[in-house]
Design a protein around this ligand. Structure first.
Ligand SMILES: NC(=O)c1ccc[n+]([C@@H]2O[C@H](COP(=O)([O-])OP(=O)(O)OC[C@H]3O[C@@H](n4cnc5c(N)ncnc54)[C@H](OP(=O)(O)O)[C@@H]3O)[C@@H](O)[C@H]2O)c1
Length: 278
């Protein structure tokens, strides 16, 4: 199937690792011109170097912390100067903090909302004038399963509501931006094995005392007890494939959807499993 993405201008936030990187790679291989952003320059450099392109596709990086308004403005100004329009925005950058309610700090709360919901709102708002100049514009917001299942995993009082806000926000935007021909959809990943993400969760579970040997041994054990036979937890490209399709003209009748991509209802939470004896 030709996804008709060649020559489209795409922005992927948090595109240097994990789901964002896989998504940027997938768009570039379809011939799109992709701009990624993240905070660490060396990870952006590695990401650009690792990307395969095809059909005139390209990938370039802008160092930006999207919890900062000035950096969002820098990102949008770069896209304006380079391309003069934006066809597809993937609001991917996000985080997951899991700890008992009583121990959530003001910083956890501020950081979680700033990256998980406020950034999606702010980047979308500032990208809107560029999206309006596209003849086929689309926004994909990446939420998470914790946003649609109560107390899942336990300790998600900070992250769950922020990811829920992203689902609701996507429906609101789909309705409000329809008059401009801008589709907005939401993708809700289950567990996706990204090195950075597993390490974050394992560090939290170990009270900050992350030990490589212990963590790696536990990963194998947890997969055995948590994932139905014949399946595995997801990998970034599983999400990327869905994002690329939803953003493409082939999904032109899909608007305001929230699509769960988690391997089915029986896969457990990696975070929950970190706290049980296996
Ligand atoms: N992995 C999962 O199991 C899972 C499950 C459900 C939902 N999700 C959602 O999927 C999305 C991607 O998750 P992931 O696991 O692929 O993430 P990841 O591997 O941790 O990668 C996060 C990316 O975002 C960038 N980033 C972090 N903070 C940023 C900031 N303030 N400004 C700009 N970029 C920033 C990181 O680079 P720098 O650190 O250099 O900035 C990196 O490129 C998130 O919204 C997450 O909530 C993931």
């Amino acid at each position: 199937m030709n996804l008709e993405l060649a020559g489209r201008i795409v922005c992927v936030t948090g595109g240097s690792e994990g789901i964002g990187l896989a998504t940027a790679q997938a768009f570039a291989q379809e011939g799109a011109q992709v701009v990624i952003c993240a905070r660490r320059q060396h990870k952006l450099d590695e990401a650009v170097a690792s990307c395969l392109t095809a059909n005139g596709g390209s990938i370039e990086a802008v160092q930006a912390d999207i919890t900062k308004l000035a950096d969002i403005d820098k990102l949008i100004a770069h896209i304006q100067a380079r391309f003069g329009r934006l066809d597809i925005l993937v609001n991917n950058a996000g985080t997951g903090i899991y700890k008992p309610f009583a121990t959530v700090t003001e910083e956890d709360l501020q950081d979680g909302m700033a990256l998980n919901f406020f950034a999606q709102f702010r980047v979308s708002q500032r990208a809107l004038p560029l999206l309006k100049t596209s003849s086929f514009a689309s926004i994909i917001n990446i939420s998470g399963r914790t946003g649609i299942r109560g107390n899942f995993p336990p300790g998600s009082s900070c992250t769950g509501p922020a990811k829920a806000a992203e689902v609701r926000f996507s429906v609101d935007l789909a309705t409000e931006l329809a008059e401009f021909g801008i589709r907005v959809n939401c993708v809700i990943p289950g567990v996706v094995k990204s090195e950075a993400r597993l390490r974050l969760w394992e560090t939290q579970a170990a009270g900050g005392q992350w030990q490589a040997k212990t963590a790696l041994a536990n990963r194998d054990k947890l997969e055995v007890v948590s994932v139905p036979a014949g399946q595995t937890w997801g990998v970034p490209v599983d999400i990327a494939n869905v994002v690329v399709f939803l953003a493409s003209p082939r999904a032109s009748y899909v608007n305001g959807a929230a699509l769960t991509v988690d391997g089915g209802p029986h896969t457990k939470s990696y975070v929950s499993q970190l706290y049980v004896e296996t």
